[in-house]
Design a protein around this ligand. Sequence first.
Ligand SMILES: CC(C)(COP(=O)(O)OP(=O)(O)OC[C@H]1O[C@@H](n2cnc3c(N)ncnc32)[C@H](O)[C@@H]1OP(=O)(O)O)[C@@H](O)C(=O)NCCC(=O)NCCS
Length: 148
Amino acid sequence: MIYRQATTFDLEALDKIHKEIFNEDNQRWFLLQINDSLYRIYLVKNKENDEVMGYISYQVVETTADMLYFAVKKSCQGQYAGSNLLGFSMEELKKDGVKKIALEVRQTNLKARNIYKKYGFVEMWVIKNYYPEFKEDGILYVWEDQAK
Ligand SMILES: CC(C)(COP(=O)(O)OP(=O)(O)OC[C@H]1O[C@@H](n2cnc3c(N)ncnc32)[C@H](O)[C@@H]1OP(=O)(O)O)[C@@H](O)C(=O)NCCC(=O)NCCS
């Protein structure tokens, strides 16, 4: 698998994955974010067939990054593309001076929560009714660079 920062050439592939996983159109935002140094979008590609398998995006303000989206297309899930992409993105953010990463996730999303825990994220607190459309609480996770 290949891991790298996304470029404008990846817009269509990113939007396709976003639509499949989150059921919404995000192309305009991807375009703005790819060209804005406040944002980072990283992707994972299959080396054999060049298929974009998933992406992860962040907003970075000084030394803190907020994860915006993390998605792997359904047909590519369960092959560690997501876990490895998270690890890759954390290393890249560290190189950029990021010391802290925060994210919110649905309480019932045990798969994502397990991955975050494996990569050193700590559960901070429950945000009541964070996802009103699903009538669900959110969990705030934070990773902090221990080397700081
Ligand atoms: C979350 C997501 C990005 C993960 O991508 P992925 O490539 O499928 O994930 P991986 O193959 O790397 O996951 C493997 C790890 O997931 C965890 N996992 C897998 N299936 C699980 C399950 N049914 N229950 C709990 N944990 C599970 C395990 O920790 C596993 O690692 P291990 O076998 O070493 O213990 C992907 O599933 C996805 O797009 N989900 C929908 C969108 C989403 O939930 N995004 C995150 C919140 S915004």
